[in-house]
Design a protein around this ligand. Structure first.
Ligand code: F6P
Length: 534
């Protein structure tokens, strides 16, 4: 295969860019009254409108041609078929099997019986906790669950539990702690009763220092209150059950997942146990069904009609042909306010790579900076830059037609803002008298409208982004399923830690790091300053 930027499809797109820069979104709409109908896609109750983008039929044709040329079909086949596409870790990547139905083989062994057995265990456990038949010491019903994990063992379950909270009728309250900063743990535990709190430690490796330190502190908090029975209130979810057992979790409270489930793709596994505890296992299974529906769409739909493929190719278009460095995610729904943080890990840990899967340097930019916040709050902070700044920031706007509340006026105002923003970004106000009031317009966006935010549509939404990330990684030729870039800092922190246990000056690092550590040591025990600076 030719290198990406020398490939015929790439060169054709580069050429095509020259014609597209001379047409505006407004002109594209004027020239095609059917543009919205032609450039929008529907799946169940979800609508993706991508008509407000710098593309015409030729663009789409060339972009899908690029996907074909880079072997997307073959790679999709490998993804769904259990191929070891995480080549640096020699692992299959089968989060789709977690929400699938068909036999899926890894090294000739079907993984589905284990997947189903674990779902069955989650069902029994979550319904037992929710109906009180599995009780805390002394027979009390569990009132609270504290989930300890970080990264992929945290962001997905926290997002889902938050987004689907309207479905949490009668379940325990679920809390999440990830940060090693003791302030996070103290704030979470302060109002809780240890006698009725269940603790779930989630770690694929069961070696992550932040998670283990937090888990030890919670175990101590429990045993200070209820003695040796504390371990009976511990649950673990891990691919390393031996370590969890050594930590003191009883075997029947250890839920497995497997090396073929990446951390950031793991909420569909037993890592989603807090979701099942919060909304019930029926809701959790609905979430899996929604994700599976998106898997089928991704697997079956032609590239031109394929939501994840289209979103990914638009990302490539702006990133690689128009130098857009970042992509905004703007949910107009409070329930989805944690989505940008989840997508930051999903996309940036997957696509933040400078070498291809074979170790050779990439040619051209890879992962975009993903950022965003919930509308309408975001309108009152960073939208100024989106409308009148000098940078190109493509954005996904996401909203829900039917809210879970009945305050119609609130929802109407929210939705009016949702519709207004993408229209304003596109049309602008280029002819205003004052240059300060001029909006250039012609700023691209996607709109995603969900009929209702249910566990099913939520599952679809997350799977949509998972596959978008995968498609982009295939085009760039990178491995989306490892994260070696997070290791160096972790190793260095382990080296620095012993140096913080004494007051001797350090010399083993660069001058800046030595100076920072020495300042910290000199000041950590100094009395708090009350005087004003001179
Ligand atoms: O630091 C990044 C990371 O390796 C993520 O990819 C992973 O989800 C997270 O740490 C937590 O790892 P574990 O589940 O093994 O504790």
């Amino acid at each position: 295969m030719t290198t990406l930027t020398e490939s015929p499809a790439w060169l054709a797109l580069k050429n095509h860019r020259q014609t597209m820069v001379h047409s505006s979104l407004a002109q594209l709409f004027e020239g095609d009254p059917q543009r919205f109908q032609r450039l929008s896609l529907r799946l169940d109750g979800m609508l993706l409108d991508y008509s407000k983008n710098w593309l015409n039929d030729d663009t789409l044709h060339l972009l899908t041609g690029l996907a074909r040329e880079r072997g997307l079909g073959t790679q999709m086949h490998a993804l769904f078929g259990g191929g070891r596409i995480n080549n640096t870790e020699n692992r299959a990547v089968l989060h789709t099997a977690l929400r699938g139905e068909r036999a899926t083989l890894v090294d000739g062994v079907d993984v589905m019986p284990e997947v189903r057995a674990t779902l069955e265990r989650m069902q029994l456990f979550s319904s037992g906790i929710r109906d009180g038949s599995i009780s805390a010491q002394g027979g009390s019903r569990y009132s609270d669950v504290v989930h300890i994990g970080i990264g992929g063992s945290h962001l997905g379950p926290m997002l889902a539990t938050h987004a689907l909270s309207p479905y949490a009728d009668g379940g325990p309250r679920v809390h999440f702690v990830s940060n090693i900063d003791m302030a996070a743990l103290q704030r979470t535990l302060a109002p809780l009763n240890p006698a009725t709190t269940l603790v779930i430690v989630v770690s694929k490796t069961f070696t992550t220092s932040e998670t283990l330190a937090n888990a030890r502190s919670v175990r101590e908090w429990l045993s200070n209150a209820i003695g040796k029975d504390a371990v009976l209130q511990l649950v673990a979810v891990t691919a390393n059950p031996q370590r969890a057992a050594e930590f003191g979790v009883s075997e029947d409270r250890i839920f497995p997942f497997w090396d073929w489930v990446g951390g950031r793709y793991s909420l569909w596994s037993a890592v989603g146990l807090p979701i099942a505890l919060a909304i019930g296992m029926d809701g959790f299974r609905d979430m899996l069904r929604g994700a599976h529906a998106m898997d089928r769409h991704f697997h079956d739909a032609p590239f031109e009609k394929n939501m994840p493929v289209v979103l990914a190719l638009l990302g490539i278009w702006y990133n690689n042909f128009f130098d857009a460095a970042s992509h905004a995610v703007l949910p107009y729904d409070e329930s989805l306010s944690l989505l940008p943080a989840f997508l930051q890990q999903l996309d940036m840990e997957s696509c933040g790579k400078s070498v291809r899967a074979d170790g050779s340097a990439v040619d051209g930019e890879t992962g975009m900076i993903i950022w965003g916040a919930a509308g309408t709050d975001a309108q009152h902070s960073f939208f100024q830059l989106l409308h009148q700044g000098t940078r190109l920031v493509p954005a996904d706007f996401i909203a829900v037609c039917q809210p879970h509340h009945t305050a119609e006026q609130h929802h109407a105002i929210l939705m009016a803002n949702f519709f207004a923003q993408t229209a304003a970004l596109m049309n602008g106000a280029p002819l205003a008298d004052s240059p300060h009031d001029r909006f250039p317009g012609n700023r691209p966006s996607n709109s995603l409208l969900l009929e209702r935010l249910t566990p099913y549509s939520f599952g679809q939404l997350l799977a949509l982004y998972e596959h978008k990330v995968f498609v982009q990684s295939v085009i760039w030729g990178i491995n989306a399923f490892d994260q070696p870039g997070v290791e160096l800092g972790k190793r260095l922190a382990s080296r620095i830690l012993p140096d913080l246990h004494n007051n001797a000056p350090v010399s083993g690092y660069d001058a800046s790091t030595n100076g920072l550590i020495d300042f910290y040591k000199a000041h950590r025990e100094a009395p708090a300053r009350t005087e004003r600076p001179q």
